[in-house]
Design a protein around this ligand. Structure first.
Ligand code: ADP
Length: 250
């Protein structure tokens, strides 16, 4: 589905990503692991259009998407989750989901033409969709809670929920488990597996929690010093000598 071909990303003289090549198969939950500073987040940001690569190519289903901005990738169904922005913290969880943009400029024009009734219909549909998403994530009880008042793990679920408001095909999750308790981490894991199995989402997951990676991800790709070191099941990766050395070296 995604082919990353010899991506380099330099910050000044520093090579954060230094010739990374990998493939993400459609329908997979691919794990991306590696010691701190390996270049995982930078590579994510290059694929998701947040950073332009210094060189190299990214294709999606054969189409060159290198350097496309995030909103173009969004329309192709490629999404990267982001932390709930501060401005949204005083809105409820349901409203946060309802805010996920479609083609906003087009919609506004459309709304003025078709008037208020149309807006009310649209709002009802969005609200129903948001409630369906909250129920899927088993957090329907949070619908009217302010996003700023829910726990860190619940925020992670809400971030995942935002990808469900649009027709996502491939979702990039950066450290979804950071600071999240085990119970909620399992809920997040369950939601990812169900989205993968029932809705055909492909996932790429950066995560340090190896239990989480082991439960969800196949294959697992290990990066170090800006390059891909190894790919395989988590057990294969753990037994790989180069991987062991890379982790010991940090
Ligand atoms: P990982 O996600 O594997 O921990 P990162 O992609 O965050 O690694 O970082 C890789 C390296 O690139 C790190 O040494 C980091 O300090 C450096 N780096 C990341 N972003 C920038 C930036 N904007 N400017 C300079 N160096 C950066």
């Amino acid at each position: 589905m995604i082919v990353v071909d010899d991506i380099h990303k330099h910050f000044g003289g520093f090579h954060a990503v230094d010739g990374a090549t990998l493939r993400i198969e459609q329908g997979s939950i691919t794990g991306l692991i590696g010691p701190n500073g390996a270049g995982k987040t930078t590579l994510f940001n290059v694929i998701a259009g947040v950073l332009k690569p210094t060189s190299g190519r990214v294709t999606m289903a054969g189409e060159d998407i290198t350097g496309l901005p995030p909103h173009d990738l969004f329309h192709k169904g490629l999404l990267r989750t982001f932390q709930i922005a501060h401005e949204f913290s005083s809105m409820t969880c349901r409203e946060n989901l309802m805010m996920v943009p479609g083609d906003q400029a087009g919609e506004t024009l459309w709304n003025t033409w078709f008037g208020r009734r149309r807006i009310a219909d649209q709002e009802r549909a969005l609200r129903a969709k948001a409630d369906e998403v909250l129920e899927f994530l088993t957090v329907e009880h949070l619908a009217d809670h302010k996003a700023g008042q829910i726990s860190g793990g619940q925020k992670k679920l809400l971030e995942l929920g935002r990808t469900m408001m649009v027709d996502a095909r491939i979702v990039f999750l950066d450290e979804v488990g950071a600071g999240v308790n085990r119970t909620l981490l399992n809920t997040i894991g369950d939601a990812i597996i169900r989205l993968n199995e029932e809705r055909g989402y492909t996932f790429v997951v950066i995560e340090h929690d190896m239990d989480f990676i082991g439960r969800l991800c196949d294959p697992v790709i290990c990066m170090a010093e800006g390059k891909v070191l190894a790919e395989g099941t988590l057990d294969e990766i753990k037994a790989n000598e180069q991987v062991i050395e890379a982790y010991l070296g940090t």
